[in-house]
Every structure is written in structure tokens, then in C-alpha cells.
Design a protein around this ligand. Sequence first.
Ligand code: COA
Ligand code: AMP
Length: 633
Amino acid sequence: MSRYHETYAAWKQDPAGFWAEAAKGIDWETPWTDVYAKVEGLDRWFVGAELNTCWNAVDRHVKAGHGGRLAVIYDSPVTGAKAQYTYNQLLDEVATLAAALEDLGVRKGDRVILYMPMIPQALFAMLACARLGAVHSVVFGGFAPPELATRINDAKPRAIMTASCGIEPNRVIPYKPLLDQALDIAAHKVEACVVFQRGQVAAELKTGRDHDWDGICRVARGFGRKAGCVPVKATDPLYILYTSGTTGQPKGVVRDNGGHAVAMKWSMDNIYNIKPGEVFWAASDVGWVVGHSYIVYAPLIQGAATIVFEGKPVGTPDAGAFWRVIAEYRVSALFTAPTAFRAIRKEDPEGHFIRKYDLTAFRTLFLAGERADPETVKWAEEMLKVPVIDHWWQTETGWTIAGNPVGLGMLPVKHGSPSVAMPGYDIRVLDEGGHEVPRGKLGAICVKLPLPPSCLPTLWNNDGRFRKSYLSHFPGYYETADAGYMDEDGYLYIMARTDDIINVAGHRLSTGGMEEVLAGHPNVAETAVIGIADPLKGQVPVGFVVLKSGVARPAAEIEAECVTRIRDKIGAVAALKTVVVVPRLPKTRSGKILRATMRKIAGREEFKTPATIDDPAILDEIRAALASKGIGV
Ligand code: COA
Ligand code: AMP
């Protein structure tokens, strides 16, 4: 029998008592005055309390006598490198790096941007910032210089930490030239850059500003300097993580220290069912929220071991990569995106690779980041013979909104649903007028305020945008921007975004942001970018451009330039491979581009020609343009 229902009811009856009890799993420097309070109009958790997140993730395990336990496992099929760090070694690395950052002037409250590949140093850097009370902001290594520059301008970091390169299966990507370009574009001037030199590429360091990572750590070590944990307020920011909004300007999601630590710990016990000393693997990237929560903070706060995997589910070297890692490190639970499983299934539909490895330690597969399509879930269940748990969450929340809490005892799985609301989340499905819709009926999925611990209290330096983006449409609720329905048993079904966000291989991207970039092409007058269904990545973007009058260049040339432009300005991760020149875009008489209708044409879905359309003939032009690219035929 699952304890889910009684646990959820206990939270509902006494939210403050529930979270105070959960908070016992965390070491506090100073206790709170209020478990929950409104501070300057914002919902805040553990007000008045002080703690240090790095202490909770590292030091306390060493102090408790578990320093010899494995903390970080690095496995890099793209370089052939492997390494392991115990909690003792992790503490040494992190305290030394933090001392070196202190020497560079980094202090509590300063921001530090990390532009890092998937190497253990990325974790050391995050934890070193947390140790000093500095606020890290990790920028995914696949983002191009203009995206990095936007984040530099918004976060105004004192320092930036990077590595000399990232490694994709088909190429080595020197990071330093990208960082230098970003710093040239950015208005904010950065005092110090710390560069980890990897064997594959040597980065050129500029005198004065740039510092060699190993060099500054050697100096700190030479002086026997190690930084202690600086207590911060529970409500102080631990990190800022930028995520796609509806424009090219990303949203700086703020995560505070106290609520985050409590939710991370609660989730490891009750959702993931991971015990201290076990191995937990989130096959994501530290640049995404899954990486923050479940590669770094939650497993370490729990005293478990985490895996830093620098590879892909397929091609590094084959579709057995995940099973090899699970067997080699006796992984208890894997957390990844459904797209990774679609990629594996495509290469190894019969599961031949799975049977080559000893997966006896493996208990549960968790999926999130995009809708888990029932076919993929069923395949994974059949092949792995373990529970496959879909769960739904967002960068904004940092942990599960709806899931199936294995630690509380699993509820029945319903394919296509990430299951039920977690304690802390009072989920309501609303119509446009803000009224609850009947069970089974589609609506806007919202969370009744306040949001639980770990969820964003605000956006970095932008309370106004926070309120406007999330709280204004449905007063009294947080708007998730996901649409879906709830069934009679309280199971949720997440069907679509209500904004212009698309989900490409588990990566969250803004089509509005891509349109802004395409509109910057000198020959382009108008653009529309839509997400279309893709059997591997879930969705991929397709761009339409209307040329300025008088442009006589070949369409193919401009289309190719548009594709390159997106790679250069946003990054390869946007995966925009198709851009098509069209004579005009379908619009309503008031000038609104009919993107939903274009999506339906691309997906060969039934649709009614909108009554307000300016000229229905344009839809045939769009159909023909898509067909010329092999789409919608
Ligand atoms: N640095 C630089 N470039 C990167 C990058 C990084 N950290 N990560 C991805 N890219 C590039 C890739 O090289 C690729 O470039 P290309 O167009 O020149 O080939 C492009 O961005 C798209 O990458 P990706 O989304 O990884 O697609 P893929 O086709 O290489 O691989 C999958 C497809 C499904 C195997 C892969 O997307 C995957 O493993 N996804 C898991 C998703 C995930 O971890 N999501 C996080 C949330 S849980
Ligand atoms: P991100 O902020 O990158 O984690 O993306 C969050 C968005 O991804 C959500 O708003 C959903 O649209 C989608 N998403 C994440 N997990 C799931 C899931 N389990 N099922 C359906 N959609 C999901």
C-alpha cells in the first residue's frame, strides 16, 4: 500500500508542520522564525533561518564519518577518462577551489557564471560558490556567445568559470573563444575568468583577467588555504538558472538555499527512494535544471553517489552506453529524458545491448523533461523489467510537481500520465475565466499559491516580470503554461504548452527567441517559427521567412544562412535544420500569425480554416512550402 494519500492529506492539513518536519533532514546554522511567510509580497520559506547548502551536500557527511563514501563518479566515453571522488576528496577539492575564488575577490552574494562541460570541475565550481554564499549561474555549454552575453548582462557576475573545451561525439568545441566573444558583446565587464585547461585544447589566457584553474588552486593549496562554509539566509539565492521565456530575453529563475535543500532531501527519500551510499544517476547536463537538482544537489545532500557522464545515450560508442554505466557503478536509479530512450530504442529495438550487462542493482527508471509517450514507456518497462516512472516538473519548480513517489510506495502507473500532485502542490485545471474545469476536461494547469519550498520566489532582479509571467493571468495561482487534464483519480495528463515554448530533445527553447534571431537577417521581413512533431526529439523547430521586397537572391542560400544564424546566435542545441522562404504568412485580419494552423498543416492534422483568416489561399502556399522540404506529406 502506498503512503502517498495519507502523506498528501497530512501536508494539506498542516503545510507548515509538514515542511518543518521535512526540514529536520537538513543541518541549520540558525532556526527559522517562520516556516512560511510573505516577505515584501513574495512567498518565502524558512524565514529567518540560516544554513549553507555546500555544508549540507558535502561537509556534514564527512563530519558524520562517511568521508570514505563515494560522492562523484566521472565517466567520459568521449575522452576515455574515468575518475572517482570520495566525500573526503570532494571536500578537499571544493574547499580549495572556494579559497581560490575568495582570493579572486568572490564574496557572499556575488554572482559567478559557469560555462562548463560535463566534468567533475563543474560540480566543484557550483559547490564552491555555494560554500562562499556566492550565487552561481550555470550556462549550458551548447549555447552560443550572444546567449551567454545576455546572461552575463543580466547576472552581472564578478567572475566566470569555464573549461578550455567541451566535447561532442563529432567535434571538440573550444569554449574560450566563445567566452571571449560573449565578453566582447556584453556590456557588463567581468573582473576574473577561471579556465580549466583540458588535454584536448589549450585555451589562450589573457593577462590580468584570465586565471588558470589548476594554477589558482595550487596557490591556495600551497598556502594551506581552504574556505569554510559561509552561513546564508534560507531565503538568499543559491543560484540563478536562465530558462527560455516567450522572448529572446531568458528568465532568470532564482532558487533559494533553504527551501531548495529541504525539497531536495524530501524528494530523495520519498520520490526517488535513494539511500545514503547508493548510486543515483541523472543522465542530463549541469546546464539544465535536472542537472542542478539531480546531478548535483539532491544526491549529495542525501549522501549518495552521483554520476557525471560526458557522453550520449547512443553513439558513445553504442546504444549500450547507459547499461554499461548502470552495470559498472551498480546504479540504483536512472533519471533521464524520454528522448534518450527513443534514441536507444531506435538503435536497439530488441534490447540486445541491455542483455549484455548485469543490471541487478538497478531498481527504477525516472523520466522527465518532456511528455513520456506511452510507446516509449512500455518499451522501457518490457526491456528493463523495472518500474518506469514519468514525472512532471519545470525549471521554475526545481523538483517534481506531479509524480509517482516510489519512496512512499508506488501508485499504479497509468501510461501517458506523470501521476499525481506531490505534497506542496495544490494543482487545479482552469478554464480561461479561472474556473476549475470538470475532471477529464482540458484546461490550463495551475498551482494554487503559495508554491512549495524550492520553487522560484521570483525572477532575478525582476519581480515585475515574475508576477506578470506567472501570477497575473490567474490571480491566486501559479500558471505553469502547460495545458492538460486531471482524471477521476487525480492523475494528470500534460498535453501541450500554452505559450511559444517548444521542447526539443528535452531541451526547452523559445520559438519567439528564434523568430527574433531570424528577423535580424538583412533580407528577412517577417518570420514565424513553429515546433513540429519529431519521432526522436519530440519536437523540432521549423522556420518560415518572408523576404523583403526586391530581394532577388536564391531562396536556398538565404535558408541556409538562417540555419547558420540560429546556430551562431542561439546554439546548435536549438536544432533548427529547416527554414523555408514563403511569399507570405497566414494571418488573421487583425494581423496575428496563425501558427497553430501552420502546426496542424505540418502534422497533417485535421483543421478548420479560421474564420478570421485574411486569405485562405496562403494556407495552400504554406502546405506547398512544407512539402518542398518533405514535411506534412
Ligand atoms: N555543447 C555544444 N554543443 C552541444 C552540446 C553542448 N553541451 N549539447 C548538444 N550540442 C549540440 C550537438 O552537438 C548537436 O549539434 P549538431 O546539430 O551539430 O549535431 C546539437 O547541439 C543538438 O544536440 P542534441 O540535442 O544532443 O541532439 P543529438 O542529435 O546530438 O542527440 C539525443 C539526440 C536524443 C541522443 C540527445 O538529445 C540526448 O541525449 N538527449 C537527452 C536529453 C537531456 O539530457 N535533456 C535534459 C533534460 S532531462
Ligand atoms: P524545463 O523547464 O526545461 O524543465 O521544461 C519544463 C517543461 O517541460 C514543462 O513545462 C513541460 O512542458 C515539459 N515537461 C517536463 N516534464 C514533463 C513530463 N513528465 N510530461 C510532460 N511534459 C513535461
